[in-house]
Design a protein around this ligand. Sequence first.
Ligand SMILES: C[S@@+](CC[C@H](N)C(=O)[O-])C[C@H]1O[C@@H](n2cnc3c(N)ncnc32)[C@H](O)[C@@H]1O
Length: 396
Amino acid sequence: MFASTASIFSNPWNANVSLAGGVAHGGTQKGWFSRATEMFQAGIWPWFGTSDDAMEDLMPLGRTSLTSRPTDADNGSGAPSPEPGGARDIPFYHLPVLLNEVLDVLQPEPGKLIFDGTLGGGGHTEAILQKGARVVAMDQDDEALRHATERLKGYADRFCALKGNFRDFPTVLGEAGISGLDGMLIDIGVSSRHLDAPERGFSFNKEGPLDMRMDTSGPITAADIVNTYPQEELERILKVYGEEPQARKIARAIVQARGREAFRTTLQLANLISSVCPKFSKRHPATLTFQALRIETNQELAVLEDFLKAAPRWLKPGGRLAVITFHSLEDRIVKHTFQQQSQVWLDRPEWPAPRPNPDCVYKLLFRKPLEASEGELSLNPRARSARLRGVERLSS
Ligand SMILES: C[S@@+](CC[C@H](N)C(=O)[O-])C[C@H]1O[C@@H](n2cnc3c(N)ncnc32)[C@H](O)[C@@H]1O
């Protein structure tokens, strides 16, 4: 069962949260959580009402339950929970990467409000909640929201999940009356669940619709891209987003093949790519094309840039931002943005002296990104390309 609205209404989240709008609807000052609840009741977040039956359809069978949830002793007092009471019967969804490192950066504790823009399976959020902080989370994927809400129902008094793209977080949090965050996290890309579920169309190994949308109400699928984009545009996407050396050859083959029959499934595309690009390494020849199509379908680089631009205004002085990326294109964007926003002085050869950087809002917490340890990799090989960067908001 999901957290009841009664338990949500009875929570005292107003404390320490400043209201973006000051006075809420109807002239009564309310905390953001109760305003968020009103929005939910108005039907804006229908996933809140999902039944247990729907959960059964979510997960692949035969996977070990890796999740843990709060013990009954967690009374929502804001104090750190005792050790979790052991894994419960929630099917596997996603294993959070760089978990201890994220906690080191965000330093969650009672009284702090943390934003998790990529809730996913709820692993990072759960660890933050276990430290006593409050979490407002977002995900654009209904399945992730259903799963994590069920997993985290024991924290309903300190946890709220909102549907949406983290690119739109200023609007979503603003409408819920939230401002002034102590920490922000995004752990971008797809979850293990996305890759494991053939029907989502992310995997070149499993037959499924060529979809790849994280938000299944999104305007464009991967099939739309391969069936309609001009050849030059396909080539550009494969080159830029996939760094695919065979971009031209693959784009040409796609355009020829779609003249005979439109692409509908993942294996249709993967097999075509295998037929024109022989396999030289362990990597499947369609790997980079699938990465490129996923990025284009979900506009992943553009949403990351928008998020990074907006984040500083939402962090309190001393508040921290942690970003986990999974490929070099994303990491480059994060690295350059953080560098620009943490450089105290700017200098140019034509200037007589260095000038203060008006965009300096952060202190870099570490220069090189953090990567998964051998121990983590042995448990979770998918963490091998994860990179974590972190910054702290300056006071002015
Ligand atoms: C790598 S998983 C996050 C896993 C999560 N940290 C955990 O511990 O389980 C990425 C999640 O972020 C979501 N996501 C990716 N890009 C997003 C975006 N722009 N806005 C909202 N959610 C996004 C995906 O739907 C997916 O559920």
